[in-house]
Design a protein around this ligand. Structure first.
Ligand SMILES: [Zn+2]
Length: 320
């Protein structure tokens, strides 16, 4: 039942593209190349009138939100997934704007639509804790009925009850909607992917997206093992689309935008087909022993110098 509608968020600070006629989004063939765009065109930084955030409703209980490149060159994507008992926000943006008013409004609209008067608990989690994915955490610190997952791998493992990090895949139930939390260190030690059993979307964070997949030189083996585990997990599931946290590729195969580009004209689609995960797996296996810059049509594996140990503290409100 995947269909696309654009959510009309009417906050003054938020303007959206004209509502889409509900696209007849036929169920994508299993793990086949995606051809029909899943989303309306995303804000891409090329218009000075574009909103600071753009919300698109993927289905009745699933929202994808982009932060404008004009507020931060990273232009990250955030995901809001609703269940009967709680709602999950995956990532809080790169800073340079307030994200909570938009999130609160979407939650309020969803609750009104569902005639829900009791508060809907919010879980704020992260694909990983690089600054461009958790800068908005501070806005949620004092929000009622809200828990913020910590930033380190042990905190993420403790919150989701992952006993054997990074080998265990655990279920996280939003209430009638089960997510699978898949530890995927490599790009960052606390990285997770999230598979939604309802939509069959694989939310892949910075581990796989149409752009530069940064991997510290000393983490290529860890990264390869993570990709291998994700592929093993998906062997018994059908992945509809892979949705990551950024777009840095153009519509020209293998061509990325310059670093910190202020606008992304002719930007690649957000969604990637399942075949890209298999292509990345083959690349990661090859590169693990000999890390190198490795260009593909939809992504570029990009080695980085080893990262010094992180000193970042977790948010004031610890994970519960
Ligand atoms: Zn990022």
């Amino acid at each position: 039942m995947a269909f696309l509608r654009t959510l009309a968020v009417l906050a003054a600070a938020i303007t959206l593209a004209a509502p889409a006629a509900a696209l007849a989004q036929a169920q994508a063939p299993t793990q086949a190349k995606a051809k029909t765009p899943l989303f309306e065109p995303w804000i891409d930084g090329t218009s000075h009138t574009e909103p600071r955030m753009q919300v698109q409703r993927y289905d009745a209980d699933t929202y994808v939100i982009r932060q404008s490149i004009r507020t931060n060159f990273e232009g990250p994507f955030l995901y809001l997934l609703f269940g009967r008992d709680r709602v999950l926000l995956l990532d809080t943006g790169a800073g340079g704007l307030l994200v909570r008013p938009t999130i609160d409004r979407v939650i309020a609209d969803w609750c009104a639509e569902h005639h829900r008067t009791a508060p809907l608990p919010l879980v704020v989690a992260h694909s990983h804790s690089h600054g461009d994915h958790r800068a908005g955490d501070v806005e949620f610190k004092d929000r009622p009925d809200t828990v913020i997952v910590g930033w380190t791998a042990p905190e993420v493992a403790a919150f989701f009850k992952i006993a054997d990090w990074p080998h265990d895949v655990v279920k996280f139930d939003l209430g009638g909607r089960v997510l699978d939390i898949i530890p995927t260190p490599g790009h960052h030690p606390s990285h997770i992917m999230v598979f939604d059993e309802r939509t069959r979307l694989l939310l892949s964070g910075d581990t796989l997206y149409p752009g530069r997949l940064y991997v510290p030189l000393d983490q290529f083996g860890v990264y390869r093992d993570s990709i291998d585990r994700v592929v093993a997990f998906t062997k018994t599931r059908r992945v509809s689309h892979i949705l990551g946290a950024h777009i840095e590729m153009t519509t020209t195969p293998g061509k990325d935008f310059p670093f910190e580009a202020p606008g992304h004209p002719d930007e690649h689609a957000l969604e990637l087909p399942y075949s890209d995960l298999l292509e990345l797996q083959a690349a990661a296996q090859k590169l693990a022993d000999k890390p190198a810059y490795d260009k593909h049509n939809d992504f570029i594996v990009f080695p980085l110098p080893p990262t010094p140990p992180a000193k970042a503290a977790s948010p004031a409100q610890p994970a519960k």
